[in-house]
Ligand binder design. Structure first.
Ligand SMILES: Nc1nc2c(ncn2[C@@H]2O[C@H](COP(=O)(O)OP(=O)(O)OP(=O)(O)O)[C@@H](O)[C@H]2O)c(=O)[nH]1
Ligand SMILES: [Mg+2]
Ligand SMILES: [Zn+2]
Length: 358
């Protein structure tokens, strides 16, 4: 990489992609900062001047979710050095469908290189859930690494069996088995968090994401929580997304455990996560074959031959159905918004016009 005045920022994940956005504008080094956490009115940022808290401009809060700053973003501060002037375009962005609003997305992490998909080797292990996370990683062009935790609580056979099943999901995918409490096994994750590289931890509550942050850091950076005795599930200990710098120079983002993972619009991600089904479907008798018992179905033939599992086909169909339902909902929401604007115009209410201008 060419050395420029901004190279000291490489430690925080700076890249030519961001530098190209500065154009003629050459802000001082200290004016470029990366977002470590976002709260209702303020965000914590890190840069060559260390860590500090800055306010979020009010007009940034009123935009669409994608227009608001999120953890991992790069900002340009104004001359005062106190106030964000620009949010730089993102190199990568992982989103999920907002739990509260069917038609909108929630930002999970910006400008990451690797998505650590964390699952424990006990009850939490679920191939269909892993496939959801993989679709999200592929949708965002982020490298997925499956991290299977709590190897100390299961037999070696169980760990190997789960790892083999996870590996079989995507050719060439990295699957790492760890005991998150000890660096001996966790050190296998270092290649993805080398100096200047950013990884994000996602998975259900209680699988050991925060424990991994602490073990990689060599100290207690964040709280971890005991598992509920009743159902072995976590207690949602981590409550906000935070980007941490590691002693070796890498960056890792801890994310609260997801209760459920609903996919954002994810056509590309699903095609990549289920590439062999997409390829087989080319040979089905009907162009719109649903692989649900139609004659001459190449996908179901492959199931019969044992080349793919019925579970995988069922999950693919389910995720595609979810996408179609989402498209319908978005379409409905658009029609509704259009009708409301028309009604506003007739009654002379100016609300919708103001909304459109922003
Ligand atoms: N034995 C064992 N315990 C682990 C391992 N990983 C995590 N734990 C324990 O599991 C519990 C939950 O770990 P956390 O790191 O808080 O889990 P989390 O994924 O951050 O959970 P949320 O913040 O709720 O999303 C803690 O008691 C950890 O000590 C592991 O590999 N082996
Ligand atoms: Mg946690
Ligand atoms: Zn078919």
């Amino acid at each position: 990489m060419t050395i420029t005045a901004y190279s000291p920022l490489n430690d925080f994940g700076w890249a030519p992609f961001f530098e190209a956005q500065l154009g003629e504008e050459r802000p001082p080094l200290a004016a470029l900062v990366r977002v470590c956490s976002v709260h209702s009115m303020v965000m914590n940022v890190i840069g060559t001047d260390g860590k500090r808290q800055i306010a979020i401009p009010g007009n940034w809060l009123s935009g669409t979710p994608e227009e608001r700053p999120t953890v991992g973003d790069w900002l340009v501060l104004d001359d005062s050095g106190e106030w964000p002037a620009r949010l730089l375009a993102r190199r990568t962005l992982v989103t999920r469908r907002a739990p509260s609003d069917i038609t909108s997305v929630q930002l999970v992490a910006a400008n990451l290189d690797t998505l650590f998909i964390v699952s424990s080797l006990n009850e939490d292990f679920n191939l269909s859930r892993l496939e959801r996370y993989l679709a999200i990683a592929f949708q965002s062009d982020v490298t997925p690494v499956v991290v299977l935790t709590k190897s100390d609580l299961v037999t070696t056979e169980r760990a190997e069996e789960c790892a083999a099943q996870a590996r079989a999901l995507t050719p060439g995918m990295n699957v790492v088995v760890v005991n998150s409490l000890t660096i001996e096994t966790v050190s296998a994750l270092f290649p993805w968090v080398e100096r200047g590289r950013t990884a994000t931890l996602v998975g259900s509550s209680g699988v050991g994401k925060s424990t991994l942050v602490n073990t990689l850091s060599g100290e207690e950076r964040t709280l971890t929580g005991a598992i509920r005795d009743s159902d072995s599930k976590g207690r949602h200990t981590t409550s906000s997304r935070t980007l941490y710098t590691l002693p070796n120079g890498g960056l890792i983002m801890d994310v609260p455990g997801f209760r459920e993972l609903r996919l954002p619009p994810c056509d590309k991600g699903l095609s990549a996560a289920f590439s062999e089904i997409v390829a087989l479907a080319e040979h089905c008798g009907f162009a719109d074959c649903q692989h649900d018992g139609e004659p001459d179905c190449a996908v179901l033939d492959a199931v019969e031959e044992g080349a793919i599992t019925q579970r995988r086909v069922d999950n693919y169909r389910k995720l595609r159905r979810e996408q179609a339902a989402q498209d319908d909902e978005r379409q409905q929401a658009k029609i509704y918004a259009r009708q409301r604007r028309a009604a506003d115009r007739i009654s002379g209410r100016p609300g919708s016009k103001r909304r459109r201008k922003r």
